[in-house]
Design a protein around this ligand. Structure first.
Ligand code: HSE
Length: 310
């Protein structure tokens, strides 16, 4: 086992999907993080190198999402070896694309592959969540879940974490724009109301049910009607300059719906044709360009597989 090495990719994820704050997410084909894991004699986790983070991420394993996830997994496995890890961040930190979850998932997936799939996805989720907690200071599985399982996932409950895989209609495309401003998930969570008016809750859970039903039935009109958020978006929109202009541009270009990806600043739109997905990307980008803010557009199908060995 000592000296064995593996390189893996774990995808970006769009969490919340408008109405499903902390309970829904899906994975996209790219961007995503890469991670190399090597088994070494010395016990514990050593992060040897991180690239693509502009020097912002800690090399101390306990403070790093992948590091913490692997510490917990190795403790549980109680094996007589340790691991060295190299992380190559392929998406910006604080982008709302599940960057911390992708690194944590990449770590536990890589170790599990080297050990020849000893643990289930459910078990890996628990370890990856310990890593996610380091970054976002809260347990939420709506990035880790879809990153690890692929496709659309529902987090039915948290005690214990109960992840349900939802079918992914083949025609769906996702357009994401990442305006280059950084929003820390912990700060975007601190803004949120502690209580929700019953009237708003009724609207929200109607939409959650509608979205899940729409995905099962491949009913794109129902998906479109359900991609609305009356609780989180009105608060967080203020963090993204010209958010509603960008959203209107996406909807006018043919999106089924458009909303904040995770805690932002990335914004996602779903559509059912590649051509439309491209038009949406152009429309959103022209609004962001006019603000003189740099941005990156990603157009992808829904990633149904989750992490993979590369
Ligand atoms: N559901 C989390 C939030 C996802 O919106 O705060 C963070 O990426």
């Amino acid at each position: 086992m000592i000296g064995r090495e593996i390189k893996v990719f774990a995808p970006a994820t769009i969490s919340n999907i408008a109405c499903g704050f902390d309970i829904m997410g899906f994975a996209i084909d790219y961007p995503g993080d890469e991670l190399v894991l090597r088994v070494v004699e010395k016990k514990g986790v050593k992060i040897t190198k991180i690239t693509g983070d502009a020097g912002k991420l800690p090399l101390e394993a306990e403070k790093n999402t992948a590091g913490m996830a692997l510490i917990k997994m190795l403790e549980y496995l109680n094996v007589g070896f340790g691991v060295e890890v190299e992380i190559n961040k392929k998406m910006a930190l604080g982008s709302g694309l599940g960057s911390s979850a992708a690194s944590a998932v990449a770590g536990v997936f890589a170790l599990n592959k080297l050990l020849e799939k000893k643990l289930t996805k459910k078990e890996l989720t628990e370890f990856a969540l310990k890593g996610e907690e380091v970054a976002s200071k809260a347990i939420h599985a709506d990035n880790v879940g879809p990153c690890l399982y692929g496709g659309f996932t529902l987090i039915r409950g948290y005690d214990p974490v109960d992840i349900i895989e939802i079918p992914t209609p083949d025609d769906l495309y996702c357009t994401v724009i990442h305006p280059e401003i950084e929003i820390k998930t912990s700060e975007a969570r601190a803004l949120l109301p502690k209580e929700v008016e019953l009237k708003k809750a009724i609207t929200q859970w109607g939409n959650v049910g509608g979205l899940i039903s729409g995905l099962y039935r491949k009913d794109y009109d129902l998906i479109s009607r359900s991609l609305n958020d009356v609780i989180i978006e009105p608060v967080r929109a203020a963090l993204i300059p010209n958010y509603y202009e960008i959203k209107n541009a996406a909807n006018n270009a043919g999106a089924l719906g458009c909303n904040i990806s995770g805690s932002g600043p990335s914004i996602f739109a779903l559509s059912i044709r590649e051509e439309t997905a491209n038009l949406i990307g152009d429309a959103m980008k022209s609004v962001v360009d006019a603000m003189k803010v740099e941005s990156t557009v990603y157009i992808s199908k829904i990633n149904k597989k989750g992490p993979r060995v590369i």
